[in-house]
Design a protein around this ligand. Sequence first.
Ligand code: SF4
Length: 180
Amino acid sequence: MSGPVSDDGPILDLTRRARALQEEYGARLMADEGIRALVGAYGAAIEQTAAAMQTERIGAACSACARQNPSGCCFAGLESGFNEIMLLLNLLLGCPLPEVRAQGDTCFFVGERGCRLRARYYFCLHYFCPGLEASLGDARMGALQQQVGRELRAGWEAEVAIRRWLGSHSSTTTEERVPS
Ligand code: SF4
């Protein structure tokens, strides 16, 4: 593992804020029946996407490519697409947040066995390289993209509900607690 690189301040700050939200509100969020159902549905959608990717052997193809192209699709800086609610969702789904960047030239969240997150944003899921698209063909790509769409929608619904919950339950102002 390598230590922080010079531009890790923003992502370390974001992960710290997500952990603070989890510590202060995590148990109460998951005690809310509506939030718990949305987080559960999101976790199920993530598993369904993972199963679809495995069926299509996407992980094997990406790993083989990453060995030739270490920074590959998950290059440094992509971590800036996250917000703290998405990172909080990882914690609510039981996925701890990394404390250090494993490799300087890749996304902060890349680990030895690929991505270290469960809840991921649009780019992580929606991007398929031209080689993969060509090898899968239109029908299989379409089915995968539909599943990715279901996961993204489930994540968005959970995120919106959590923002609303925090806005109405936090002890300080919405602006301080609920980032844009
Ligand atoms: S899939 Fe994971 S490692 Fe790749 S860019 Fe997204 S968060 Fe980073």
